[in-house]
Write a protein that binds this ligand. Structure first.
Ligand code: ADP
Length: 258
């Protein structure tokens, strides 16, 4: 039985097709979230990859910010539940998830059996989310996928003191004008995001094992800074940005078998 999970995010659309809730057959990540052509492109890509059609999908679950606008879905489920399901499927030992997406950050606690027990969320302020990194990558003209390489070359990470993204933007521009090295600035930017998310995480009891999900998990500069700030290792999967879509595909399978 094929099930489809669609995660319509604020910035990026993700799709996963699973066979019998056990094996990932195809995955797609397309920049462009709710209100763009992103969801449709991600859907076409994932179906083409495994040479299947939408009619072959037994059950479809949508998650993410734009889940309620996904008309082909049979079910709509919150990102929290889907990230919990996806993370537990990839890392059964995980008890805490730090999910940093394009416009919010969440810390989710799981029971030993993978059930969501508690969560905290920052969806009020762009600092401490992918949005902050996207704004800075735009100013510095470095693609988000390359920020970690710059951060890794830093000799003395810059300190970004502004807590607001708009002020931090001016601060980065003035540090750039004062000759601060790009790598030091990028490292400072990654540390700034990590310190905000670490402050959120410390308000919950962080039970290991800890993993990251969401697109920012692909930024090793942020992940390493978070490990330093929290004093513990973070598991990371190449599929971290797909945890929501994986969880949605698993949810669809479970619904189909109820
Ligand atoms: P949403 O679901 O809100 O659209 P995602 O979980 O898909 O968010 O994460 C999007 C964020 O991931 C972007 O804001 C960007 O900062 C980050 N990101 C995307 N691709 C990469 C990449 N290749 N390397 C590092 N960071 C990335």
């Amino acid at each position: 039985m094929y099930t489809l999970g669609i995660d319509v995010g604020s910035t990026t659309s993700k799709c996963v097709i699973m066979e019998d809730g056990q094996k990932i057959l195809a995955r797609s990540i397309v920049v462009g979230g709710i209100g763009t052509a992103g969801p449709e492109k991600a859907l076409n890509q994932v179906l083409t990859q495994c040479n299947l059609s939408i009619d072959d999908m037994h059950t479809i679950t949508a998650t993410g910010y734009g889940r309620n606008r996904c008309e082909i879905a049979h079910h709509q489920v919150s990102e929290l539940s889907c990230h919990a399901l996806g993370a537990h499927w990839v890392f059964p030992e995980v008890r805490t998830i730090i999910d940093i997406g394009g416009q919010d950050a969440k810390v989710i606690s799981l029971s030993a059996s993978g059930k969501m027990q508690n969560f905290l969320m920052n969806d009020k302020c762009a600092a401490g989310t992918g949005r902050f990194l996207d704004v800075m990558s735009n100013i510095l003209q470095i693609p988000v996928g390359e920020l970690a390489d710059y951060a890794a070359r830093a000799e003395s990470p810059a300190s970004i003191s502004s807590t607001c993204t708009v002020f931090a933007e001016s601060e980065v521009i003035s540090q750039l004008a004062n000759g601060v090295a790009l790598s030091d600035l990028v490292a400072g930017i990654c540390e700034s995001v990590a310190s905000r998310v670490a402050a959120l995480a410390k308000r919950l009891e962080i039970i290991p094992a800890l993993c990251m999900s969401g697109g920012v998990a692909r930024n090793a500069g942020v992940r390493l800074a978070l490990e330093r700030a929290l004093g513990m290792p973070i598991l990371v999967s190449e599929d971290a940005q797909l945890f929501g879509a994986i969880g949605a595909a698993i949810h669809a399978f479970r619904k189909a078998n109820q």
